[in-house]
Ligand binder design. Structure first.
Ligand SMILES: NC(=O)c1ccc[n+]([C@@H]2O[C@H](COP(=O)([O-])OP(=O)(O)OC[C@H]3O[C@@H](n4cnc5c(N)ncnc54)[C@H](OP(=O)(O)O)[C@@H]3O)[C@@H](O)[C@H]2O)c1
Length: 432
């Protein structure tokens, strides 16, 4: 492509994100082009249904039926993939565009989480090609740029965040209404905040895709989605939300990738965090990303993690980057310098834990619990007994820092005690 000519853009997918991106590129063209330092022109588009109104005049644009054909076409300089899906036509078209030496912009976190390593290598090995994905992590929040460019001089120690608006909305509603997970999910589906099949969201998988992408950049290692330990919010009970609140905590689905003494751990799971902490304060569909490094200490970015406008904002930023010739290595360093993925190594997990046990209401049972915890080297920081439900006495415990393995073993011991009338529940506490 000739830098003096307008950048010819092809957009694949004209749904929530694609149509919004297209509208900004048409309606705000002069402003965005000025920032880019060169003209920008959408020359080609592809979606399934030609008849659908996209809210913008597309008459001057070439309509393709096949994203792969558009990706390879000489009439576009840059390919924007906003179709979705880890495989299929999204993957095939991104590969085609990269192989043809074109910059590619995508919002597709599933594609990157599963195939990011191979796509980054293809981009690096092909003159002219590059891969950009600001929109794939936390929607409108510029998390990728903050991490890859803004914190480039830091030794990153931890990346954490609330990365799925649907889950945060459900947990916030459970907190505010006292309703059970299933009831709130049904309402969220009716309101359009949750998909008909909510598994990707409430199961933690969508957020885990984003965490794996951030961890690759943060720690300069091969993207390792398989190495993310994932637990969704389906088992979070209204009871735990109340017990957590009683001790000054909120339950949030927190993704955390951190350097431990054993390696890099990546975990997506419901955690307790203080109500007034940066992540605990996040309510509703809002997302938050907390980045910690040796030089900066910590910085927190919050904002909309989804939606047409916010996600288009991130896609547009990548377009401006490409137009300016700002094409850093996909994950921040050359592919050959990325350290290998963890390959299932136990990375350890040490911290304070919340534990809820339900005991038969008779003398001496608390001592049995304390003994079971002591046997596994878990010491109690705080303990609270709640109102009896029939003959069952719920007790919540906050431990001092200990290994997850110790908590797991202590729970097994407690579950086996005659005094224990329901399986114990535990969650990690994230203090900051
Ligand atoms: N929505 C968000 O808030 C958000 C936020 C961050 C990232 N993302 C990511 O952005 C991507 C797009 O999401 P979205 O919400 O915009 O999806 P969407 O609304 O479902 O739009 C998908 C688009 O792809 C088109 N499409 C599907 N299959 C196709 C095929 N085989 N050939 C050509 N076009 C095809 C559809 O065409 P028709 O319109 O004709 O059906 C539609 O325009 C996904 O990777 C998603 O994970 C979305």
């Amino acid at each position: 492509m000739n830098d003096a000519d307008p950048l010819k853009i092809g957009i694949a997918g004209l749904g929530t994100v694609g149509a919004s991106t297209l509208r900004y590129l048409v309606d705000e063209n002069a402003r965005i082009a000025a920032r880019s330092g060169r003209g920008l022109m959408v020359t080609a588009i592809v979606a399934r249904d030609r008849a659908k109104d996209r809210g913008v005049d597309t008459s001057g644009m070439r309509w393709f039926d096949d994203p792969v054909a558009m990706a390879k076409d000489d009439g576009i300089d840059i390919y924007i993939e906003l179709i979705g899906g880890a495989d299929g036509v999204a993957k095939a078209s991104v590969e085609a565009a990269l192989s043809a030496g074109k910059p590619v912009i995508t919002a597709n976190k599933a594609l990157l989480a599963h195939h990011g390593a191979a796509l980054a290598k293809l981009a690096e090995d092909t003159p002219g090609a590059s891969l950009h994905f600001e929109a794939a992590v936390a929607g409108g929040i510029p998390a990728v740029k903050a991490l890859r460019e803004g914190l480039a001089g830091n030794g990153v120690t931890r990346v954490s965040g609330i990365l799925n608006g649907t889950c945060n909305y459900i947990l916030t509603e459970m907190e505010e209404t006292g309703a059970a997970f299933g009831d709130v999910l049904l309402d969220a589906q009716k309101l359009g905040y949750a998909e008909t099949d909510p598994t990707a969201d409430v199961g933690g998988f969508d957020a885990a895709h984003k965490l794996a992408i951030m961890a690759a950049i943060a720690f300069g290692r091969q993207i390792d989605f398989a190495g993310v330990e994932i637990e969704g919010i389906e088992a979070v009970s209204a009871e735990d939300i109340v017990a957590a609140a009683d001790m000054g905590y909120r339950i949030r689905l927190i993704g955390m990738a951190e350097r431990t003494t054993k390696g890099v751990s990546q975990r997506m799971r419901p955690c307790l965090t203080p109500t007034d902490s940066p992540l605990g304060a996040i309510e509703g569909v809002t997302n938050a990303v907390m980045l910690e490094g040796d030089a900066i200490g910590a910085t927190v970015l919050t904002g909309p993690g989804a939606g047409g406008g916010p996600t288009a904002s991130a896609v547009l930023a990548d377009i401006v980057d490409v137009a300016r010739g700002n094409t850093p290595p996909t994950f921040g360093i050359a592919c050959a310098d990325l350290s290998p993925a963890g390959d299932g190594v136990d990375t350890g997990d040490e911290g304070a834990f919340y534990l809820r046990v339900t005991l038969d209401d008779r003398p001496g049972t608390l001592a049995e619990i304390a003994a079971a915890l002591g046997e596994e080297g878990v010491s109690i920081h705080r303990m609270r007994q709640h109102d009896h439900v029939g003959n069952a006495a719920p007790v919540t415990i906050v431990t001092h820092a200990c290994e997850l393995t110790a908590i797991t073993k202590a729970k097994e011991r407690i579950a086996a005690l005659p005094a224990s009338v329901a399986p114990p529940v535990s969650m990690r506490i994230v203090e900051s």
